[in-house]
Design a protein around this ligand. Structure first.
Ligand code: NAP
Length: 275
């Protein structure tokens, strides 16, 4: 089976577009602001795709350019602006401030990427919150394909704060038995071969071929790597799809992630309208 994110992403986006229209009829326009410091080609490409998604769904989008310590004041004024629903802080933040200080400044109610200590803490507690969009996308993709996680051996390769760590907690709350691996893990292949569900979130093109995967497993490829101008995942799709179910790159987790981000902006618009 191929786990495609296309159908799920389309469903989330169409529900979100309907919700935007409903809110607009009540006089509320969901609005996303992306705080950017410095020039970075990769950030620009990412921002353009977010902007296009916002435009398609009727969400107001703007880039807020900042520099140095001013980022703190800019984030505070976006927090206080009743016309702003969601805020994204683009990486990296200016070198004069540390990222945690910026994230501690961001209102958790506008934190549509689920990056603030408050929202990450709620993931730990299993309380509803804005969750990191990519980790959430993996969970919803598995749910969409009715993959039962209860008692399953789940191996996650990658322990970043945006993907691997929150995902491990979300998997635990679905009663999976979770193994989290990273660059210092010994006998990595033994751990991936034991997995009923393998999540690859490493950032190494086609690192996992069929030899790393158990027959009949479900493999979710989070990786986005550019090789010779082409986007490829962390999983060697042609090899792994011979013996396991696997998600596509592009068109898998990434497409669901961007849809979830849009849904979160609309959710934030509702939450902030009630304040
Ligand atoms: P990251 O912060 O660079 O983390 C990479 C993780 O992989 C780290 O935990 C690292 O271990 C581990 N790792 C690196 N090399 C390894 C190896 N040879 N064996 C085992 N583990 C290894 O990356 P990230 O932000 O989590 O992103 C991971 C991938 O997902 C990237 O390709 C990124 O582009 C992609 N991504 C996709 C989406 C999406 O929407 N689809 C969103 C975010 C990220 P250490 O902790 O020991 O260094």
């Amino acid at each position: 089976m191929i786990l495609s994110g296309a159908e799920l992403s389309k469903k989330i986006k169409s529900e979100t577009a309907e919700e935007v229209q409903r809110l607009k009829a009540e006089g509320i326009t969901p609005a996303l602001r992306c705080v950017v410091s410095g020039d970075d080609r990769a950030t620009d490409v990412y921002l353009n795709s977010i902007k296009k998604n916002c435009e398609k769904l009727g969400i107001d989008f703007a880039k807020v350019t900042t520099e140095g310590k001013k980022i703190i004041e800019d984030v505070k004024s976006l927090n206080d602006d009743p016309n702003v629903s969601g805020i994204m802080i683009m990486h990296p933040v200016p070198k004069e401030v540390d990222e945690l200080t910026v994230l501690e400044t961001l209102s958790p109610l506008k934190d549509v990427e689920g990056r603030t200590p408050q929202n990450l803490g709620k993931v730990l507690l299993g309380v509803k919150s804005f969750t990191p969009c990519t980790a959430q996308a993996v969970m919803e993709l598995l749910e969409y394909y009715e993959i039962d996680l209860k008692g399953a051996n789940v191996t996650i390769v990658g322990r970043s704060t945006t993907v691997g760590k929150p995902l491990s907690l979300m998997m635990l709350s679905k009663h999976a038995t979770v193994t989290v691996c990273h660059s210092k893990t010994r006998d990595l292949k033994e751990k991936t071969r034991n997995a009923d569900v393998l999540i690859a979130a490493v950032g190494k093109a086609k690192m996992f071929d069929a030899d790393w995967v158990k027959e009949g497993a479900v493999v979710v490829d989070v990786g986005i790597n550019v090789v010779d101008g082409k986007v490829v995942g962390d999983v060697d799709f042609d090899s792994v799809s011979q013996k396991a179910s696997v998600s596509k790159v592009p068109g898998g987790v990434g497409s669901v992630t961007s849809a979830i981000l849009m849904r979160n902006v609309v959710e934030a618009a509702k939450i902030n309208a009630k304040k």
